[in-house]
Design a binder for this molecule. Sequence first.
Ligand code: 5RP
Length: 225
Amino acid sequence: MDQNQLKQQVGQKAAELVKNKMIVGLGTGTTVHYLVEALGKRVAQENLDITGVVTSNATAALAKKCGIQLKSVDEVAQIDLTIDGADEISDDFQGIKGGGAALLFEKIVATNSKKNVWIVDQSKMKKQLGAFPLPVEVIPYGSQKIFARFQQAGYHPTFRLTSAKQKKKTDSGNFIIDLHLHQIDQPQTLATQLIQQVGVVEHGLFLNIVNTIIVGTPDGPEIIS
Ligand code: 5RP
């Protein structure tokens, strides 16, 4: 099975967790794409009545195409369940997200959800975080100064670029600086340091957020709680 088939497997499995009348947070990325398609099928075939709260413009466009009604996070009292992908998950259930540049809305939706489920292919499961570059969302004004501070701190930063070599803009119009740390020994300490920098909007360390992980393996989806 290739990576895409594993992503499809967990996307479809996670769609089974959604029950009638739920308010569902919908993450962003290629794995979530399969989830949204599977949910759209359930809406059409089973008359499933759900409301989606999306984490990006890309997921909003797909969800609408799949017939899922949407509300913004501010229009709902609470989200019952959020299902999202992840870039890296450590043994102790901590995660790096933001590979798709949607980390800000993803964290807002996740922290307003009763339950969070991550869906990943098995390559995302790691002993320790850090091999995947850690995304940090910063406002454009003064971003060069933050970049220089990250360089001085030895974080090996790079601005995320588009295919046209322009600085990538998030759905909120911010930039992403990726930190090439290779190994993160103390995620909580790093998270605190990053969020204290003026101009940093959010970072991709998702700590103590996830309740359940569905991992795609050649033997089928493995559910870890
Ligand atoms: C987007 C994310 C994604 O969930 C993460 O990058 C995983 O994406 P994919 O399912 O495409 O591998 O955090 O900001």
